[in-house]
Design a protein around this ligand. Structure first.
Ligand SMILES: Cc1ncc(COP(=O)(O)O)c(C=O)c1O
Length: 498
């Protein structure tokens, strides 16, 4: 920096030095608190006498631009140094279409405000009370003791090898044939889905999914500029005739199906229907992305295999799995299973986005999974969520006047209201301390205004009863035309024992 100063014979040398340093300070290149070279060092750099530098520093000191601290040297002083040039950008104006769309989608999804004490029927997060903190601590310490520093260094883009092998065996036990197939570790379903969309679709392509479908997947498809073709759901899942009509259209690139505890309907696709769906996708040569996020939590119905298992040695199904619901979303680990050549492409795309999923997280999760705790944990989780689901179903029937309650199980219910707008109902319930998800965000065609999703994973029976009673009461008020409650207090009764 100081070596760049070109001294001339036009003006006194010490002046040229002090002006040069003044410019650096005032432009922000030298910020307050920065130590200047000693007079000896600078005289050496500039090949001038030390006295010349002393004079230059004296002038800067007189102008309060620097201060000399005895025994330490000269520092840019707080008194005069400007904070530097501060360009001010209007960032929202610079955001591109992608960013703008992401912002707008988020605004529609969260048109309500969380307040302390609200009953969160909008949250699909798992119940923290069953998280095994001590086991996770132990898994962390064991794995670190075994592998040490390696876990803090770079890893393999495909994932932590022992975890890949564990998951392959796990899926083989569910009937998946891994001949010619492979598995990529990701940071959860959301990343997996984005990777698959990035690898297999171009803007304008048509993608088929259930209508309604998972709102995040729907938003990702919209953000990717895809034409989303939603196929109606009947009481037993996707309508096969409508599915065939959709598949017969030109330009269909992919299908996206959630066969178990579909979000938001909670339906589990029957085995015959699974086979029918596979047959149709095969007939029209369209690859199928299977979302298996809740597969492990299934407690209702006979044993049903994932679509990728039913596809046998065929390679038309790509399965996406996640530990977010069956274990903990904080660990952010999921996987993609499918044709080995497709997985190789997905791995490259992931590499250019984030290299790979945290090696430490993968290794700790592997330790936890392989020490046998996982199966016991799953048993407890299934029992807990089955009880919650059954309570929710009974309470919904008791308290919420509606046309239909959808679902076979899982962490939520979808309620179809009778001629009431769910957003109007939400405004009313919010005022009374109850949040839920309005159904419209799950629909591909702008419908669903008369439905709402109630997630029950994070509430206990008491909150369920309180919350459902509030929703039922609000429905009756709207029906009777007695208006929306304008009181923003929280109206729950005190919990027994409080
Ligand atoms: C249908 C569905 N899939 C997957 C997930 C989990 O996503 P992730 O694995 O990115 O946490 C959720 C979370 O709510 C979901 O509703």
């Amino acid at each position: 920096m100081f070596g760049d100063l070109k001294l001339t014979s036009d003006s006194p040398i010490y002046r040229q030095i002090s002006h040069y340093i003044r410019d650096l300070i005032e432009s922000g290149a030298l910020r307050k608190g920065v130590r200047l070279p000693s007079t000896r060092e600078l005289s050496h750099i500039l090949k001038v006498s030390r006295n010349t530098v002393i004079l230059a520093y004296q002038e800067l000191q007189d102008d309060s631009l620097i201060e000399n601290i005895h025994g330490q040297g000269a520092y840019v002083s707080a008194a005069r140094a400007r904070e530097g040039r501060k360009p001010v950008f209007d960032w929202p104006r610079r955001i591109n279409d992608y960013g703008r769309k992401a912002w707008e989608l988020n605004q529609t999804a969260t048109a309500w405000q969380w307040r302390q004490g609200m009953i969160p029927f909008n949250s699909l997060a798992p119940d923290e009370s069953i998280f095994e903190i001590e086991e996770i601590k132990r898994a962390f310490l064991n794995r670190i003791a075994l592998e040490g520093e390696k876990l803090l260094n770079y890893g393999d883009a495909q994932g932590y090898r022992p975890l890949i092998e564990y998951l392959k065996h796990y899926l083989e036990d569910k009937g998946v044939d891994f001949q010619g197939k492979d598995l990529l570790i990701t940071s959860g379903f959301t990343e997996s889905f984005s990777l698959v969309m990035a690898a297999l679709t171009n803007p304008g392509d048509r993608v088929i999914c259930e209508n309604p479908t998972h709102n995040l997947a729907l938003d990702i498809m919209k953000l990717s500029g895809l034409q989303v073709n939603g196929v109606p759901m009947r009481e037993d899942g996707i309508d096969p005739d409508e599915l065939e009509r959709a598949l017969a259209q030109p330009g269909v690139k992919l299908g996206f199906i959630m066969p178990s505890y579909h979000n938001p309907t909670g339906l589990v696709m029957a085995p015959e229907k699974r086979l029918k769906v596979l047959e149709l996708f095969g007939k029209y040569q369209v690859p199928l992305v299977e979302e298996g996020f809740n597969e492990e939590l299934r407690h209702s119905g006979a044993h049903v295999s994932p679509l990728i298992a039913l596809a046998g040695s065929g390679n038309g199904v790509v399965c996406l799995g996640s530990f977010s619901k069956i274990l903990f979303p904080g660990i952010r680990i999921g996987w993609i299973g499918g044709d080995a050549r497709l997985i190789a492409y997905l791995e490259r795309i992931k590499f250019y986005r984030n290299i790979y999923t945290s090696l430490l997280d993968q290794a700790v999760l592997y330790e936890y999974l392989q020490n046998g705790r996982f199966q016991q944990y799953l048993k407890r989780a299934k029992k807990l969520y089955r009880e919650k689901y059954e309570q929710a179903l009974a309470l919904a029937r008791q308290y919420i006047p509606c046309r239909r309650v959808w679902g076979d199980g899982g962490l939520h219910l979808l309620i179809e209201l009778d001629g009431i707008d769910a957003r109007q109902l939400l405004a009313d319930c919010c005022a009374d301390g109850v949040l839920f998800t309005p159904g419209d965000i799950f629909y591909t065609d702008g419908s669903g205004a008369g439905s709402l999703r109630l997630s029950v994973s994070r509430v206990d029976r008491w909150e369920m009863e309180q919350g459902f009673a509030i929703i039922g009461e609000a429905i009756r008020r709207i029906k009777n035309g007695t208006g929306v409650s304008d009181d923003v207090g929280i109206h729950q009764n005190a919990r027994p024992g409080q």
